[in-house]
Write a protein that binds this ligand. Structure first.
Ligand SMILES: *Cc1c(COP(=O)(O)O)cnc(C)c1O
Length: 394
């Protein structure tokens, strides 16, 4: 087993575990005991792969971005998760988890969402399977992501506003955990990123690992080498990055670069750059790195991108950072917005603002014309058009 993967006890180095209230033990223990055997069953794998192909539209293309490559004098490949059904990588995870929930005999699904992308991906698979769906979402996010709220409602989900704290993702997560405590028997909680108590970080990373599994094959077909020099992905909780890194973790010659949101600047007081500002603690059920005050109060994060507006990162990322296997960097709102506009005008692809963060790091890299770089284009920018328009004054 890779030293970067979860161990028998649910840890990545010192990070991970399941730090949960006693009332959640039965739910989490049930998952811990059963998830591996269920997802390895032939009939699970068969249905998962069929849905990824026929419903999500996988494999997603690996696109050689010619004009972008010319601009940076390197070979840049975009892994097109933006072309998935519902417009982002999140559907890979929700398809996996709905199949797991079915096999656990659950009738009701709950989820938290920030940008609304995970809420949409969850409402989608609930419609697909005819299961009841309740999505918790911060009141502020409900306002700034109205089209996604409409999508969820149209698919039959109930959207519940989280009114506490900053009224964003972390508050929605707290509400969802509270619901799960009150409904332990019939409800499965679909967490949307590689966060939460063990086994969620491993479960979600496993479902997202299809991203790097396909990338390796596709890169080999295009270049004769399955290993790029660099792999880049943005990090909110870290699920698209975890999926993009997964099959490269033990190929130490591949440099893994995770891009966090610096908001108005790492030291501006308005940022979500967890590895730069955070330290060790417990957030949403696992030991990891998070932004907190000296006495352990979670600091409200900020990013122009709702999907990166989260005060922590998943435990595997904390370990990749601490062990030095991954390089963790950050880019500001301004840098990301410019990179998003640049991709749109060079390649005709409007990226999600989250993905624009990964793209913005390209400018800061030392490369030459033989350097092969894969960027995870985690989602499409349709949901962000208002933001782009306001920012650029179109
Ligand atoms: C949610 C989201 C992210 C951030 O979540 P991760 O778990 O870090 O991947 C990134 N990009 C898009 C398009 C998203 O919707």
């Amino acid at each position: 087993m890779s030293k970067y993967q979860v161990n028998q006890k649910g840890y990545y180095g010192p990070f991970g575990g399941a730090y949960i209230p006693e009332m959640l033990y039965p739910n989490v223990e049930e998952l811990q005991k059963k998830y591996l055997s269920i997802i390895q069953e032939d009939n699970f794998q068969k249905e998962f792969n069929e849905l990824l192909r026929d419903y999500v539209g996988r494999p997603s293309p690996l696109y050689y971005a010619k004009r972008l490559s010319k601009k940076y004098n390197a070979n840049i490949f975009l892994k097109r998760e933006d072309l998935n059904h519902t417009g982002a990588h999140k559907i890979n995870n929700t398809i996996g988890q709905i199949l797991l929930a079915e096999r656990l005999g659950k009738k009701r699904i709950i989820a938290e969402t920030g940008a609304g992308q995970h809420g949409v991906a969850t409402a989608t698979v609930c419609a697909l399977k005819g299961l009841e769906c309740v999505v918790y979402m911060g009141e502020i996010d409900i306002r700034r992501q109205a089209p996604n709220v409409a999508r969820m409602k149209m698919m039959g989900a109930k959207v519940v506003a989280a009114q506490s704290g900053s009224k964003t993702l972390k508050d929605a997560t707290n509400e969802a955990l509270r619901d799960w405590i009150n409904n332990p028997v019939d409800t499965h909680y679909i967490i949307g990123s590689v966060v939460g108590p063990h086994p969620y970080p491993d479960l979600v990373a496993t479902f997202q690992s299809i991203i790097s599994e396909e990338t390796k094959k596709q890169l080999f077909e295009k270049t004769g080498n399955s290993l790029p020099d660099y792999v880049l992905a943005c990090v909110g909780g870290g699920s698209n990055a975890a999926g993009m890194f997964y099959h490269f973790l033990d190929d130490e010659e591949v440099q893994l670069i995770a891009v966090e949101a610096a908001g108005h600047g790492v030291n501006s007081g308005e940022s979500a750059a967890t590895t730069a500002l955070g330290n060790e603690g417990i957030l949403h059920g696992s030991r990891s790195l998070l932004m907190q005050t000296k006495d352990g109060q979670v600091i409200e994060p900020y990013s122009i991108s709702a999907g990166l507006d989260y005060p922590g990162i998943g435990p595997q990322h904390a370990w990749l950072f601490k062990s030095g296997r991954g390089k963790y960097v950050s880019v500001t709102d301004d840098e990301a917005m410019r990179a998003g506009l640049q991709l749109t005008q060079l390649e005709g692809i409007i990226p999600a603002i989250e993905s624009s963060h990964a793209l913005a790091h390209l400018e800061k890299m030392q490369v030459d014309k033989n350097t092969n770089i894969v960027v995870c284009l985690s989602g499409r920018g349709d949901k962000d058009l208002d933001n782009y328009m306001k920012y650029f004054g179109f």
